[in-house]
Design a protein around this ligand. Structure first.
Ligand code: GLC
Length: 556
């Protein structure tokens, strides 16, 4: 049967049922009509498929945890992003997932946003190209994507109702642009609407956004799915061209029936949404036949390491102190619990249960071999290492030719549902860096975080800084390879690192007054702001060093 024949056979209740999810991760199936259920799962930097065990307890299936979006954009390598998309698509196919809920491509308006690690850049063009490459990769494996969160979801604070008040030029040139590039170039199967309001109207009910811009201007022909719980009035969202409400909502069927009876919506408008949904469902069914049902876990781990190596960014390397050279050092002190328990991703719906996790310390010991002695001290958290923890770390640093301090944003600092309060490291970690730098002039700091960090209180006291981003499950071995020069660092930051939060363009307007977040800075986001107003920054957009020395001459 084709879609039209099915629609003719569907009764009103069946049509209405299809417009809302069956549960958290599936669309409704209508066996009488041969309409199967479609499965969706989170991403975006790896598959987070939720299962239920024999006792009804939820668990997450293991998958490859790739570097998160902010790391991937630091590679500036769309080919590599496409390959990661292909790998994630293969893992979805093997786990019977039809759509992965990613990529996230919201612009980084403020470095405080808790989900910046999930987003690509402050620059719309780079964010759009990276998103398109990821979508191409996943969909080349006959699995769908969900480009999110459409649109202007640039803070987690108050995300369910904050009104992003944005002038039309800024909206189009900055906040919509990455979505436009990705929709036009890569044709995602779905677009996920955001929770927040945009210029006074919830994105889930915003016809200007979901129909006029997305469909009529950009030619989007897929379906719009709501963010989970983003629909307030199902009839209004239907009229705005939102086809699929997720997850299941008990009140929506009644809402739609009442709206139909009241003439607020028509049978024809319901049929239009059902038609698009059936197209999507049957596209997914057709695609299932073309998918591979297995993938090579070790190859995906290798790819995760390749991506981490290209993402890790050398921010500072005075006197060429790196790479570690056994001719120059006989002993190094490795300081900080994150050398054993690396921060490889952020919190929230994107959190992947990694197949495995390389530990930096293990790989450092491997590369040091018998040439270099390594002393490890966990250091920073006194509750964790006892009062003497820091002293032991300082002693180790004093008795070594180099100290490598591992710091970063551990669990609970960057994640969904909350923003950072500061863009500095914790006071304890800053304190450890300064103490260790006092004990050893050859101090190297390895920072594991998903977004810009204000390093101004300590960076002048250390010789080198390696910024790893949240670089996924292979981060540990990639960090060690770069520290020892097995690989040459080549990452370039895709977001400005400001000297302080007060210097950022949204400072003072973010997070808004609890109802409206006025984007008063307009198009002056990221480098557009710092360049225009000649503001100093800690590290500019595009900054990243390598171990290569360059010479050129006889220029014509
Ligand atoms: C969450 C997130 C979205 C995620 C969805 C399903 O609220 O905003 O990114 O894909 O719900 O978990």
């Amino acid at each position: 049967m084709n879609c039209e024949e099915i629609i003719k056979k569907m009764n009103r209740d069946e049509k209405i049922a299809l417009l809302t999810g069956k549960d958290s991760w599936h669309t409704v199936s209508l066996d009488r009509l041969g309409i199967p259920s479609i499965a969706v799962s989170d991403g975006p930097h790896g598959l987070r498929k939720i299962g239920t065990d024999a006792n009804g307890k939820e668990f997450t299936y293991k998958a490859t945890c790739f570097p998160t979006a902010s790391a991937m954009s630091a590679t500036w390598n769309t080919e590599l992003v496409r390959k990661v998309g292909e790998a994630i698509g293969e893992e979805c196919g093997a786990m019977d997932v039809d759509v992965i809920l990613g990529p996230g491509t919201n612009i980084k308006r403020t470095p405080l946003c808790g989900r910046n690690f999930e987003y690509f850049s402050e620059d719309p063009y780079l964010a759009g190209e990276m998103s398109a490459a990821f979508i191409d990769g996943v969909q080349s494996r006959n699995v769908g994507t969900s480009l999110k969160h459409f649109a202007a979801n640039n803070q987690e604070y108050d995300r369910f109702q904050i009104n992003a008040d944005i002038d039309i030029r800024t909206l189009r040139e900055i906040y919509l642009k990455p979505f436009e590039i990705a929709v036009r170039k890569a044709k995602p199967w779905t677009v996920m609407c955001a929770y927040n309001r945009l210029n006074g109207i919830y994105c889930s009910e915003n016809k200007f956004l979901l129909n006029d811009i997305l469909r009529e201007e950009w030619g989007f022909d897929g379906i719009v799915v709501s963010d989970w719980g983003a629909v307030h009035d199902r009839a209004k969202s239907l009229l705005a061209s939102l086809e699929l409400e997720m997850p299941f909502s008990a009140k929506s069927a009644d809402n739609l029936k009442k709206a139909l009876d009241a003439g607020v919506i028509t049978e024809n408008e319901i049929d239009n949404a059902v038609r698009k949904l059936l197209d999507f469902i049957f596209k997914a069914i057709e695609s299932r036949k073309k998918r591979t049902k297995s993938y090579d876990t070790s190859e995906h781990h290798r790819l995760a390491k390749e991506a981490a190596l290209e993402a890790i960014t050398l921010l500072k390397n005075d006197e060429g102190i790196l790479p570690i050279n056994s001719k120059k050092v006989r002993k190094i002190a490795v300081i900080g619990r994150l050398a054993q328990e690396p921060a490889i991703q952020g919190e929230g719906s994107s959190h992947v249960e990694a197949n495995l996790t390389d530990k930096p310390l293990d790989k450092i010991l491997e590369l040091a071999g018998n040439d270099i002695e390594v002393e490890y001290q966990p250091a920073y958290h006194t509750w964790d290492t006892g009062i003497g923890g820091l002293n032991k770390a300082m002693d180790a640093a004093m008795n070594s030719q180099m100290a490598v301090v591992f710091v970063g944003n551990r669990r609970g600092v960057e994640g969904e549902g909350f923003d950072r309060q500061s863009i500095r490291l914790s006071r304890e970690m800053e304190d450890v860096i300064l103490r260790i730098a006092e004990c050893n002039p050859n101090t190297v700091v390895v920072v594991q975080a998903g977004s810009a960090i204000d390093m101004s209180s300590w960076i002048g006291r250390v010789k080198a800084v390696v910024f790893t981003w949240f670089a996924g499950q292979a981060a540990g071995s990639a960090i060690a390879d770069i520290l020892f020069g097995v690989s040459n660092p080549c990452g370039k930051i895709a977001e400005t690192f400001p000297c302080s939060l007060e210097d950022t363009p949204a400072y003072g307007t973010y997070p808004g007054n609890g109802y409206v977040s006025r984007y008063a800075e307009g198009i002056m986001v990221g480098y557009r702001y710092y360049d225009t107003y000649k503001k100093d920054v800690l590290f500019p957009f595009g900054h990243g060093l390598s171990y290569t020395s360059f010479e050129y001459g006889d220029l014509k």
